[in-house]
Design a protein around this ligand. Structure first.
Ligand code: NAD
Length: 443
């Protein structure tokens, strides 16, 4: 099938590439000329495991094209995906300007029947707005062209996006058009062979499903951080508690890790946006407010531990930071806990020596050059001259350090483990002080 994808970010590029991988003819369109030029030269602008090879192979095979020419891209596709950003507005609601701009562009250029599929995470009722925006442009030029709008929220996880896209847990299709659903089922058939993963519903339910999924996941994290905060005050170890509760199949082991707070481009903005959607509908979603408040406080946690350890005086100290991305296997630093930690350390007069396996270019882009930040090529370099180490992102490469070497390198001999990846006894056996999240001994 002939597919067009608007937006070549994490969702658009991965979706377009995976659709090309299974044989569809895909054109990806973006307004960012540099990004499109780079992709046409084989430069993949984001890090996702497996993505680069797949982009190069499908581009080389002629199944995956990149352009900034929206008219040409619209002429190409029978199915037109919208996968552009929906960043938070000033009041926390999702900013629909990019989604609606694409809808208007489609309305301006559509010349034959098509299905418009919204993949961006959008407030309930957006499918109607997209439909109205396209219809208005069509009628402005006196064109009568049939089109359908399908809500098809994306559930991929950054860091595992290609795998999630190739082997989705579920494919949600929000549409009341049997014909559009049939076409979408044909498009997704290669991803749906083993068993039926397609869940068909109305557009509004599909739109809310995405927010509900992210809000539930964010809630699990904030719940565990709440438990960790109780654990450390009562002398319990949250890691023991985690194993204890995860063994109940109704709870399960997935996604119940305490830590230095969630970040990324989705959970923070989607929890906020859902709260806003509820408020606009006359309902105060108290749980969502609490999830957000717990997370905001949790992002200060590592700094608070350091402040306490150093008796409030961090001025002139140097800290090694391992991990800048908001989670492992991505270069994405949007809303990352590391950013809050760095800000607090800098405000306290400390210097940071940071390393991340993939996010160094992002860090340079975000922070530029400043005297209190040294970006280091290796984890070992980050330790040079440092008083203490913060582990902020649980990259596998950080899981088994040589603790004797850490002891030798760190002047004050302290490890702040923001993801509870170490065994406190092992760290302490090397003569280091250990602080984790909710591990009984943090206070
Ligand atoms: P992104 O910011 O990485 O990419 C968005 C892209 O859209 C950019 O390249 C931008 O230049 C392009 N764009 C903006 N306006 C355009 C236009 N008029 N025409 C063509 N391209 C245009 O965003 P993302 O992380 O891929 O997220 C996209 C949507 O998917 C958001 O609504 C997000 O909430 C949702 N989502 C994201 C994830 C994730 O893990 N990142 C997962 C599921 C859903």
């Amino acid at each position: 099938m002939r597919v067009t994808v608007f937006g070549t970010g994490y969702v658009g590029l991965v979706t377009g590439t995976c659709l090309a991988e299974v044989g569809h003819q895909v054109t990806c369109v973006d307004i960012d000329q540099a990004k499109v030029d780079g992709l046409n030269r084989g430069v993949v602008p984001i890090f996702e495991p497996g993505l680069e090879d797949m982009v190069l192979a499908n581009h080389g095979a002629g199944r995956l094209a990149f352009t900034t020419d929206a008219a040409q891209a619209i002429a190409h596709g029978d199915v037109l995906f919208i996968a552009v950003g929906t960043p938070p507005d000033e009041d926390g609601s999702a900013d629909l300007q990019y989604v609606l701009a694409v809808a208007r562009t489609i309305g301006r250029h559509l010349s034959r029947p098509a299905i418009v599929v919204n993949k961006s995470t959008v407030p309930v009722g957006t499918a109607d707005k997209v439909r109205a925006a396209i219809a208005a442009e069509l009628s402005a030029r006196g064109a009568e062209i049939a089109f359908e709008v399908v809500s098809n929220p994306e559930f991929l996880k950054e860091g595992a996006a290609v795998n999630d896209c190739m082997r989705p847990d579920r494919i949600v299709l929000g549409s009341r058009s049997a014909q559009a659903v049939e076409t979408m089922k044909r498009l997704y058939a290669p991803f749906n062979r083993n068993h039926d993963r397609i869940v068909v519903m109305d557009e509004r339910s599909a739109e809310l499903t995405k927010y509900a999924a992210n809000a539930m996941l964010a809630t699990k994290i904030s719940f565990m951080n709440e438990m960790a905060n109780i654990a450390e005050r009562v002398g319990a170890d949250i890691e023991m508690v985690r194993h204890g509760i995860g063994s109940d199949p109704r709870i399960g082991y997935h996604f119940i890790y305490p830590g230095a707070g969630y970040g990324g481009s989705c959970f923070p903005k989607d929890v906020q946006a859902l709260g806003r959607i509820a408020r606009q509908a006359g309902y105060e979603a108290k749980l969502l407010g609490a999830v957000e408040a717990v997370n905001t406080a949790q992002k200060d946690k590592l700094f608070a531990l350091a402040e306490r350890h150093f008796a409030g005086d961090l001025r002139g100290r140097t800290f090694a930071v391992w991990g800048l991305a908001f989670k492992p296997n991505t270069d994405d630093m949007r809303e990352a806990s590391s950013r809050r930690l760095l800000e607090l350390l800098w405000n306290a007069g400390a210097t940071v020596r940071a390393h991340d396996p993939e996010a160094m270019h992002e860090a340079t882009r975000i922070f530029g050059t400043r005297p209190d930040l040294v970006l280091c090529d290796t984890p070992a370099q980050a330790l040079e001259g440092a008083d203490a180490l913060f582990v902020v992102t649980e990259w596998k490469a950080f899981w088994s350090p040589d603790f004797a070497a850490l002891k030798a390198a760190l002047k004050a001999g302290v490890v702040f483990d923001g993801r509870n990846v170490y065994d406190p006894a092992q760290v302490e056996a090397a003569g280091l002080a250990y602080y984790g999240i909710g591990r009984g001994r943090s206070l």
